[in-house]
Design a protein around this ligand. Sequence first.
Ligand SMILES: Nc1ncnc2c1ncn2[C@@H]1O[C@H](COP(=O)(O)OP(=O)(O)OP(=O)(O)O)[C@@H](O)[C@H]1O
Length: 280
Amino acid sequence: MSQIIDVAHLNYRYPQQSADDLTLKDISFSVADGEWVAIVGHNGSGKSTLAKNLNGLLAPVSGTVTVDGQVLSETTVWDIRKKIGMVFQNPDNQFVGATVEDDVAFSLENQGIPRDEMLERVHAALKQVDMADFATREPARLSGGQKQRVALAGMIAAQPRILILDEATSMLDPRGRYEVLQTIQQMKANSDLTVLSITHDIDEAANANRVLVVNDGRLVEEGTPAEIFQHGAALIKMGLDMPYAERLKAALKRQGVQVPATYLTEKGMADWLWQLISNK
Ligand SMILES: Nc1ncnc2c1ncn2[C@@H]1O[C@H](COP(=O)(O)OP(=O)(O)OP(=O)(O)O)[C@@H](O)[C@H]1O
């Protein structure tokens, strides 16, 4: 698989920081075309700053960001932004339309799509996030979770090559989060979408092909969800919750039950428990 994102030795500092201080410290990683990568880490570790460096909202002190073969610079930034859809934690700052449908349509405006097709795509996207009934409402009057769904609908309609989700499901309840993740999976199945999701949600991270852990501006771990979740209680130090299967294992261990040392999914734990019970 070819690389769609390549970050090399990225250093970033905010203007008000002193010259010897950095928010992002020598970050390097690549993302393959079509991959789903989760970025996890404590509050304030630099995840959002990293996301904003990827589409040129912030410019690094040194290091390079290459997207789809183009090195990010003042001249390539507009080309690159067309390929990246970003959904932030607080969608309020992203709304531009007077109504929900206008807002979703705005994401398509610069693509020169005929009006009929545009309307079709807007309504299909709103339906996918279960917001079709709100098409003519004012975005400002929606709940936090509904706003996140509308922001996601904008990205579904725009069909970017790369989707960056910055805590984009944080205001949804577990069911809503599950539905949105299913929608993104579907988007991925229908196109060669690459997903980068910044999240505290363990299920969102578990859906990824790979997990990157950021701590104090540095990339400190990288692995498959299984490799990362194997860290058990140390996950909490990395800014992640423990997956349900790991919490269950810890509780069984406290009861004196010998549990497998390797990471198991919920299904893996269920199979293991079933075998344990059947053999008694
Ligand atoms: N606009 C800004 N100006 C100055 N410092 C900032 C700015 N935005 C963020 N920071 C600082 O940069 C560091 C990294 O913040 P960032 O928002 O990237 O972290 P994060 O990992 O995304 O956290 P969270 O999970 O809370 O969103 C923090 O110390 C934060 O206070």
